[in-house]
Design a protein around this ligand. Structure first.
Ligand SMILES: [Zn+2]
Length: 312
């Protein structure tokens, strides 16, 4: 009798435990991490993300996306490419990465951004991932994966171990280059890959080096040019200070100049030139800019996509 009672209690406990585990499994599966690509899109009510850069570039160039990619290519960009490039693939891609320029900067300085908005075929408004700091966001931009998947979940700069856009390009026999300031996030987290690294003393030098490469070498298929000007100034001056404003203007002019230059040196190729910042920024205290939060200022960015058709 004693044994039977024991068995009964034991069976009930086991059933309860199984039910608990099942419920936990279901809720864990249903729960979207607030830091993830999907979590940030849901929080801000948008359907596009900075994570769309990698699958969109891959789709445009006829490559498979990374094996960790969580998002679809930007449908609008593919639609424009279909019409503008007559359904043919993109052969050359340049991704210009100005740090810390969010949608809020576009809205605050509309006259400065107007020439950029006019020049691009599509201006995406999307979210990034959390924390909204440089290595975390650019790792999502160049993998299509959330921080928990690509592995950088805080401000740190180890070389990523997951598949990136650069690995996909190298595997396909394409030649990729990263041009970035020494020891910046982009200079460090995509190392250890069979691609070209151009590491420069400052942001202006990275831009000059990018132009030098475009003017002298025709054989790069993908070039990433990092521009940390605005970020480095606004952290010290506040985001709306005139010195920060000038740095933002410099980044806009650099992007427009890269469009003009690629129109010239890559005119024989179908091409895409992307304006792809990582996060926005806000004044964290008097005279100091910052970012890292899930606020709209830090989280929502505009990406400009500009396609060019080969002229033979
Ligand atoms: Zn940044």
């Amino acid at each position: 009798m004693k044994t039977m009672k024991y068995n009964h209690v034991s069976l009930t406990s086991v059933l309860a435990l199984l039910l608990c585990l099942y419920t936990f499994h279901l809720s864990a599966e249903d729960q979207v991490s607030p830091a993830s690509i999907a979590g940030q899109m849901a929080k801000h009510g948008v359907t596009e993300s900075v994570g769309c850069v990698t699958p969109t570039i891959c789709a445009l160039m006829g490559l498979p996306t990374t094996d960790v990619c969580e998002v679809e290519p930007l449908a609008k960009v593919l639609e424009i490419a279909q019409a503008k490039l007559d359904g043919k693939p993109v052969q050359k891609a340049l991704i210009f990465c100005p740090d810390a320029i969010g949608k809020v900067q576009f809205e605050h300085w509309p006259d400065d951004f107007a020439p950029l908005v006019k020049e691009v075929d599509y201006l995406m408004t999307g979210t990034n991932v959390l924390p909204s700091v440089t290595p975390v966001c650019f790792s999502t931009i160049f993998t299509g994966a959330s921080p928990a998947v690509h592995g950088i979940q805080k401000y740190e700069k180890p070389a990523l171990t997951v598949e990136t856009l650069f690995d996909v390009c190298a595997k396909a026999g394409l030649k990729a280059a990263i041009v970035a300031e020494n020891d910046s996030s982009i200079d460090k987290v995509f190392r250890k890959r069979p691609i070209w690294y151009f590491s420069t003393p400052g942001p202006a030098d990275a831009f000059e080096m990018c132009k030098f490469i475009l003017n002298n070498y025709d054989n790069f298929d993908l070039i990433v040019c990092y521009d940390g000007s605005y970020d480095s100034v606004m952290h010290g001056t506040g985001v709306w200070d005139e010195r920060a404003h000038q740095a933002a203007r410099d980044s806009i002019h650099r992007y427009l100049e890269l469009i003009r230059l690629t129109d010239e040196v890559w005119k024989g190729y179908n091409r895409v030139v992307v304006f792809a910042p990582d996060h926005g920024s806000h004044d964290s205290q008097e005279g100091k800019g910052g970012h890292g939060s899930d606020s709209p200022e830090d989280s929502i960015v505009n990406h400009g996509w500009r396609l060019g058709a080969a002229q033979n």
